[in-house]
Design a protein around this ligand. Structure first.
Ligand SMILES: [Fe+2]
Length: 425
């Protein structure tokens, strides 16, 4: 009876979660872009450099694994605003921008510096709120399964112009760009990323190529703490307190899931046991998954010691997220390293990425060091993510290579994650 009730609830909540994912797919992107736990999309406006640079953060997530997604707003000297990689234009986020417009002038340029779906997905809806702004985009945009132009994805700007590969971006008040790619995938799609430099504040704006993580959850993740509590449990039967140490523990694990997908310290349960255990979730902990995770499921438990796994990259220093170093950048490391070395010629003191930590105090040397992972040999061995956390990505990489879906990796890393026996792919 218990099992039957559990299955019913599992089915009901699964359908609810799938409906939300379908809505996201149809609306904007291949990723479910809502804040998974609340169904709302809160936006936090942050001043990075007073009177010059601001950011807006929303949440991007699936099954309670959330990360910040960020746009950067840069003032144009003489009046006006550049919005780089706009986020979803909710009434709250648009109102925040209108407040900036009242003081600094209108949004004049909407700049998309990435080909990643989670960034491109917001472009059309955003231009509909700011139709007079010029839309500038990095070359290499793609859609799947049908090849659609930007207008067909909802971009309504009168002027839609490709960004230069390098040099000054016209009419932005002197912003500079250096573009990586587009690197073409063997099957479908591209990776391109434009690094943008703002000289007065010595700031570089990036999207996905590097990230910085520390143990404190970002503010936008703290807006709804239930996903943090959800992940802070060692097992679904545990009751955790709503305290700062619990938030940090939840964030640590959420980050391991977000970056590695299959953390080395989880032990996955069989389906039947997971459903039975879900029915025995303590009353106080029910609902932590809301409709992001079906029926109170918590189908794994944590083995001790994930602090070390997080510590290998969670010191705030810039690193290349493993999905890029293992599946994309390692296919053309020469191009990526050449781009990184070119970006490092700029004299900057601050990096603003599109995910994880904001306003990272880092200069060219630290930025460049993050790409050592692509150099193979001893330097490349410094993965910054522990070997046991790389098992899924490494095996997926090998499998996709064997199937001819991706090119062969050109980084000779002697990756020991291949020898871990938890997963058969
Ligand atoms: Fe991204």
């Amino acid at each position: 009876m218990l099992l039957s009730n559990g299955c019913e609830r599992y089915k009901r909540d699964t359908y609810a979660a799938l409906r939300r994912m379908r809505h996201s797919l149809a609306g904007s992107s291949l990723l479910p872009l809502t804040s998974t736990i609340t169904g709302k999309r809160p936006t936090l406006l942050h001043t990075v450099v007073p009177g010059e640079i601001w950011t807006q953060d929303q949440q991007l997530g699936i099954v309670n694994v959330n990360v910040p997604i960020r746009s950067t707003i840069i003032k144009i000297p003489g009046g006006g605003l550049n919005v780089i990689n706009p986020i979803q234009p909710t009434p709250e986020s648009v109102s925040q921008l209108h407040s900036l417009e009242e003081v600094h002038g209108p949004v004049k340029n909407v700049i998309l510096t990435s080909t990643a779906v989670e960034h491109r997905g917001s472009l059309g809806p955003f231009t509909q709120k700011f139709p007079k702004a010029t839309c500038l985009y990095v070359k290499g945009q793609w859609t799947f399964p049908l090849p659609l132009g930007l207008r067909e994805t909802g971009v309504v700007s009168r002027d839609i112009t490709p960004l230069p590969t390098s040099g000054i971006i016209p009419s932005t008040g002197g912003l500079l760009i250096k573009t990586l790619g587009p690197l073409k995938f063997k099957s479908v799609g591209t990776y391109a990323e434009g690094a943008v430099y703002e000289g007065r504040t010595r700031t570089v704006v990036l999207t996905d190529s590097v990230a910085s993580v520390t143990e404190e959850p970002p503010d936008i993740i703290m807006v709804d703490r239930r996903p943090l509590l959800y992940h802070a449990r060692d097992d679904g039967s545990e009751v955790v307190d709503d305290t700062p140490s619990t938030w940090r523990k939840g964030w640590r694990r959420m980050t391991l899931f977000g970056l590695c997908f299959y953390p080395g310290k989880i032990k996955v349960k069989g389906f039947i046991k997971a459903v039975i255990d879900a029915n025995n979730t303590p009353k106080e902990m029910r609902g932590l998954g809301s409709d992001a995770v079906p029926a109170n499921l918590y189908p794994w438990s944590w083995l001790p010691g994930d602090e070390s796994n997080f510590a290998s990259f969670g010191d705030g220093k810039l690193f290349v997220p493993p999905i890029l170093s293992k599946l994309i950048f390692d296919r053309d490391p020469e191009a990526v390293l050449a781009w990184a070395e070119d970006v490092a010629k700029w004299d900057f003191v601050r990096v603003i990425g599109a995910h994880y930590n904001n306003d990272v105090k880092a200069g060219p040397e630290e930025f460049l060091r993050a790409f050592d992972v692509l150099k193979g040999g001893e330097k490349g061995g410094r993965n910054r993510v522990m070997t046991e956390d790389l098992e899924l990505l490494q095996k997926a990489s090998d499998r996709l290579t064997k199937l001819g879906i991706v090119e062969e990796s050109k980084v000779c890393d002697g990756e020991e994650a291949r020898n871990i026996e938890r997963l058969k792919l």
